[in-house]
Design a protein around this ligand. Structure first.
Ligand SMILES: [Zn+2]
Length: 406
């Protein structure tokens, strides 16, 4: 029994994925013996409806200076953030000197559009080397954790903000109440917070349990986000569904009563009620589907391997760590994982220790099957890898269900 991170209610896990290493903990062989593990279990709070990890690895274990993720490297995401930035600019109240703050701004992939437009901005990025990269691109960035204290410091130095932004970062922060108090302190009376994260509705609908890993402390829904902000006198005023990360939701938040609430909020809350996102039994059913998916994937890979087929993993993603460890898939089933990120090549996957090799190793000797570990980019990837299929290669996917694509 532990306490809900949002409302303090007692919560119990509905599912455990067992002992799990850090999702982004790709490691060299000499570090196998000291590898860090924790139990990955998930709970639904019947009071505030938030779905959350029951415990998290210490923060210092995750966002350290070796943190390998630079969002600026993905072309598709660059376009996504350019559009996000224009949406924010379109929402500005009549301010002649607007001020925008983004947490988890990474290397400035979104804020640079504000910097280019001459708009006052401040990025907050906990990883110092990533923050340095942002500053080098002319995006003003500081390396601190956001909460009420930092919000007060920012207001003192820059005044209150018109917009507070976050993309794939709010769901990472266990101290969400401190962040919300910070947003309340930071925003002007008519200011808006806009943030987006993977959406619980998509995870449930697609059984995409690989969205559950250490960095994702919360899986947000409208009802849980609405509750979390209402506790602090703030209001969910609108939503904008996104296709990124296998299905995300963008939430728009304002001080209570400051702006009109869109009819989209009530409509999507009704959909959530129909999906059962606010009821415990939905998550028991989800756990059973995860178990079935795990058994089906393990059975399929073992059968193909027994028939002498070569199987390779495609893309050494953070989210693949949950799948590979929960399904007990090691290098006896997957020969290696192909990845284009130089920092991961030559290392091994967290927990299961499958070698990560350069992309050219995939291309130069196509396997019979490729397990697609980045299913959320399947269209792009399958289009890029036409030659693999022409050579007789087949894809194995596991979302929304385990199957072979010939
Ligand atoms: Zn709660």
């Amino acid at each position: 029994m532990s306490g809900c991170l949002v409302c303090g209610n007692n919560i119990e896990p509905f599912m455990s994925f067992g002992q799990m290493p850090l999702a982004n903990g790709f490691l060299p062989e000499e570090r196998f013996s000291g590898e860090y593990f924790y139990e990955l279990s998930v709970a639904f709070c019947p009071n505030c409806t938030m779905v959350q990890l029951v415990r998290q690895p210490a923060a210092g274990k995750m966002f350290h200076d070796e943190y390998a993720f630079f969002s600026g490297t993905s072309a598709a995401m660059a376009v996504h953030f350019e559009r996000f930035a224009s949406r924010v600019i379109s929402k500005f109240p009549a301010s002649d000197d607007p001020f925008v703050v983004e947490i988890g701004c990474n290397d400035g992939i979104m804020l640079r559009h504000f910097a280019d437009a001459g708009i006052r901005h401040l990025g907050i990025e906990p990883s110092e080397n990533v923050a340095r990269a942002a500053n080098a691109k002319g995006v003003r960035t500081i390396s601190r954790f956001f909460g009420e204290d930092l919000a007060r410091d920012i207001v003192r130095e820059h005044g209150r903000a018109d917009a507070f932004l976050g993309a794939n970062v709010m769901c990472h922060i266990a101290g969400i109440n401190s962040v919300i108090r910070g947003i309340k302190t930071l925003l002007k009376p008519d200011g808006i917070a806009m943030f987006e994260d993977p959406y619980l509705g998509d995870v449930i609908e697609k059984t995409s349990y690989d969205q559950i890993y250490d960095e994702h402390v919360f899986l947000f829904s409208l009802s849980s986000v609405q509750y979390a902000f209402a506790q602090h006198g703030m209001e969910l005023i609108d939503i904008e569904p996104q296709t990124t990360h296998g299905g995300s939701m963008r939430y728009l938040i304002a001080h209570k009563g400051a702006r009109n609430v869109s009819g989209r909020v009530a409509a999507q809350l009704k959909t959530e009620d129909e999906m059962g996102l606010n009821r415990a039994e939905t998550f028991d059913a989800f756990r059973k589907r995860c178990e079935e998916s795990r058994d089906a994937l393990k059975t399929l890979l073992s059968r193909l391997k027994g028939e002498g087929r070569r199987i390779v993993g495609y893309a050494a993603t953070s989210k693949s760590t949950t799948i590979l460890n929960y399904c007990d898939i090691d290098s006896s089933l997957l020969e290696f994982i192909s990845d284009t990120t130089p920092i991961k090549q030559g290392k091994f996957s967290p927990g299961m220790h499958i070698p990560v090799r350069p992309y050219r190793d995939f291309v130069s000797n196509y396997p019979d099957y490729a397990l697609l570990l980045a299913w959320n980019h399947s269209e792009e990837i399958m289009a890029k890898e036409e030659l693999f299929r022409d050579a007789g290669g087949k894809w194995i996917v596991f979302v929304p269900r385990v199957r072979v694509i010939e």
